[in-house]
Design a protein around this ligand. Structure first.
Ligand code: 13P
Length: 247
């Protein structure tokens, strides 16, 4: 089964009008790519990403999405707003949101459901901390995180993208080895296959210190379908090199 790979830049809380324009122009100018490419930008920059990318095959998305449809939820942004901004994707359950905003598995599942209901594909992040890995809990943790989403979405669960991001590899320069990542991706795919019957078609991205010099070996693993890129997505040359390492 060949799945088209997907590379998503997660800008996190970085950017400015000037920096964004330069970065987007660099990504657009280096087309075409064999892989699908997208950028997930801070909310205030969604409309400029939409303008810069509208006439291209590069997609854009957000880094979070409210679990609520609308209402008195100060500071939240709904899935229908993201859909109106042309978002193809919304990252949900990133470990930084789980850690700093106390998002539970259930909240993450509700967010994924809200996004999907509005036609925005949730990129559901799962991953263990270093303490959990050292305690031999990696499999239990990622399975539990994914199972909450599968349960909430039921027959729509095959519509999501999954991102395996070991917390200890995020922003640390310490990448999971291709074998470590492949092992977990394989487990996640088996879980998706058992739950939806469509696991072979679904995309599972790897995230955590992906750089131009390690991207190709990671993406060559049979169950790694591309990457969710943090720091290296902020420099056009690096992001373009990573996109070119995928196919
Ligand atoms: P880094 O690529 O900076 O390690 O971040 C990974 C990540 O968190 C992407 O969502």
């Amino acid at each position: 089964m060949t799945r088209k790979q997907l590379i998503v830049g997660n800008w996190k809380m970085h950017g400015s009008h000037t920096a964004n324009a330069e970065l987007l122009a660099g990504i657009v100018g280096a087309r075409p790519y064999l892989a699908d490419v997208a950028v997930c930008v801070p909310f205030p920059y969604l409309s400029e990403a939409a303008i810069a990318l509208a006439a291209t095959d590069i997609r854009w998305g957000a880094q979070d999405c409210s679990a609520h449809e609308q209402g008195a939820y100060t500071g939240e942004v709904s899935a229908s707003m993201l859909a109106e901004c042309g978002c193809r994707y919304a990252i949900v359950g990133h470990s930084e949101r789980r850690a700093y905003h106390a998002e539970s598995d259930q909240v993450v599942a509700d967010k994924a459901k809200a996004a999907l209901a509005r036609g925005v594909t949730p990129i559901v992040c799962v991953g263990e901390t270093l303490a959990q890995r050292d305690a031999g809990e990696t499999e239990d943790v990622v399975k539990r995180q994914l199972s909450a989403v599968i349960h909430a979405l039921a027959h729509c669960a095959s519509e999501i993208v999954v991102a395996y991001e070991p917390v200890w590899a995020i922003g640390t320069g310490r990448t999971a080895t291709p074998e470590q990542a492949q092992h977990v991706h394989h487990l996640l795919r088996a879980q998706l296959q058992a739950a939806t019957g469509r696991g072979e078609q679904m995309k599972i991205l790897y995230g955590g210190s992906v750089k131009p010099d390690n991207a190709a070996t990671l993406f060559a693993q049979p169950d790694i379908d591309g990457g969710l890129i943090g720091g290296a997505s902020l420099k056009a040359a690096d992001f373009v090199a990573i996109c070119r390492a995928a196919g």
